[in-house]
Ligand binder design. Structure first.
Ligand code: LLP
Length: 450
């Protein structure tokens, strides 16, 4: 646990500017493809020049865009005393986490790896909530030892395990029951989490029984409720239904003698990946939270992930070649599904455009990577002006669930990440070397009996 408390040292120059310094200037750019690229520059950095110094593909993040989101969220929450617990899974790169920590936000984690990252980035344990259906005894013991703010509990077995570990280690912990409200968020099936058939949370009926039962340990304080119905939600109505149901349940529990100290409404607020998508604004979303929870006097927490980071990031990639098969025109990029999995996993639509468009009639392209499967496709039939080998192409909206979901498939190294601000850049993750990629592997020389 010791190493976990070290925080990253960062030069002052990299720190986020004050709300007054950035807010007004950039909010106008929020929206589809919000990373403000103009004249080939992102946050004042010439991407063509950057790509001569940093090998493509790489992720580039606009610190100004990220700061604008942070500032907007602070303004929307602070005055109402609502606590932000950033969902680290969206992007857990240390330098970004540190920026989020500096805003005073806590984190929502789903693994001990994320706990380590958050602590190292300077997020205090007492601002870290821990969700997930599969916490092991080691996970729970580690979280208790670190002193996390709350465990969001998803089954009776988990609650009993927490009680045993709290007793054995003599460590107190707060827990919240994650409610499955049986509300369909209307998002992609793979990222909807609030329907009865989903693995997440428990029904109010089951949670009621938890509150009624004799606690097996006085060290475990069950006085919170949690709900998270899914991700990339563009409609406020399902949020309202789920939150109102949880608020009603909190009132019921209070009358039964179980006052609820906190309600955590999860994350899920969507962003505009394409023109025409109209996600609710942060103010409308916060109104929904407050309206649905009106009358609840305890603490309110929110766990946004995507909303904070998606628009800040672009994936900068280069055309390896254009392959014309007669029936299809393939634009083969040096980025692949292992670097950015959203299109192949969820058929997610991302804006993709050459940094410097060439003249010529736009033609339909299938935009693909070098990985050996047909699923390695970023877009089909996308109209693009003619592109040539060596052209830089940007995949927009790549700040969330990009690097955090990347892998080494096809023995491709994890790519670099670069933070940009006001014409300067800092490498915040360098590209993995081959030796780093295979570190930990060894020939089967020492055979032992189990
Ligand atoms: N809280 C909990 C308990 C969650 O499970 C999640 C996301 C969040 C908060 C944050 O949700 P957000 O605000 O980012 O929507 N890989 C998928 C998204 C998976 C989301 C999983 N849970 C994608 O690329 O769309």
């Amino acid at each position: 646990m010791h190493a976990m408390t070290t925080t990253l040292g960062h030069p002052l120059a990299e720190r986020r500017r004050t709300a007054a310094g950035t807010h007004g200037a950039v909010t106008a750019t929020l929206g589809p493809m919000a990373s403000p690229i103009s004249g080939g520059r992102l946050d004042g950095v010439d991407l063509e020049a950057l790509a001569r110094r940093v090998p493509t593909p790489f992720y580039a993040y606009s610190a100004t865009t990220l700061d604008a989101r942070i500032d907007a969220l602070q303004s929307a929450t602070e005055s109402h005393g609502i606590a932000v617990r950033y969902a680290a899974k969206a992007n857990a790169t240390l330098a970004l986490l540190q920026r989020i920590a500096e805003a005073g936000f806590g984190a929502d984690i789903v693994s001990i790896g994320e706990l380590e990252r958050c602590l190292r980035a300077g997020i205090p344990a007492d601002r870290i909530v821990y969700s997930g259906v599969g916490k092991t005894t080691v996970d729970i013991a580690t979280a208790l030892a670190a002193g996390v703010e709350c465990l969001n509990v998803e089954s009776l077995d988990e609650l009993q395990t927490i009680e045993r570990i709290a007793e054995a280690s003599n460590r107190p912990v707060r827990v919240a029951a994650r409610i499955n409200p049986d509300v369909d968020a209307g998002s992609h099936a793979k990222i909807s989490t609030g329907r009865a058939e989903d693995k997440f949370g428990v029904s109010p009926a089951e949670a009621r029984a938890w509150f009624a039962r004799e606690q097996a340990s006085p060290l475990v304080r069950l006085d919170g409720l949690h709900v998270h119905i899914g991700s990339q939600n563009l409609d406020l109505a399902p949020f309202h239904r789920a939150f109102a149901q949880v608020a009603q349940f909190a009132r019921e529990l209070a009358t039964l003698g179980h006052p609820i100290a906190s309600i955590d409404v999860g994350g899920g607020l969507g962003v505009a990946y394409r023109d025409g998508q109209r996600p609710p604004g942060i103010a409308e979303y916060m109104d929904t939270v407050r309206t649905a929870l009106s009358g609840f006097s305890g603490r309110i927490l929110i766990e946004p992930g995507r909303w904070l980071v998606a628009d800040a990031g672009v994936l900068v990639t280069r055309v390896i070649r254009v392959k014309n098969t007669g029936t299809r025109r393939f634009l083969i990029l040096d980025a692949a599904m292992n670097d950015f999995a959203r299109p192949s996993l969820y058929d997610a639509w991302h804006a993709i455009a050459p940094l410097t468009p060439r003249d010529g009639t736009p033609l339909p392209h299938d935009i693909v990577g070098p990985v050996c499967e047909t699923g390695d496709t970023f877009a089909r039939d996308r109209l693009l002006p003619p592109c040539h080998t060596g052209d830089l192409v940007l995949i927009h909206g790549a700040g969330a669930y990009g690097t955090s979901m990347s892998s080494n498939y096809n023995t491709r190294p994890r790519i670099a990440e670069v933070l940009l601000q006001d014409g300067r850049y800092a490498i915040i993750r360098r590209r993995q070397t081959f030796d780093e990629l295979i570190a930990g592997e060894q020939p089967a020389r020492h055979w032992e009996s189990a």
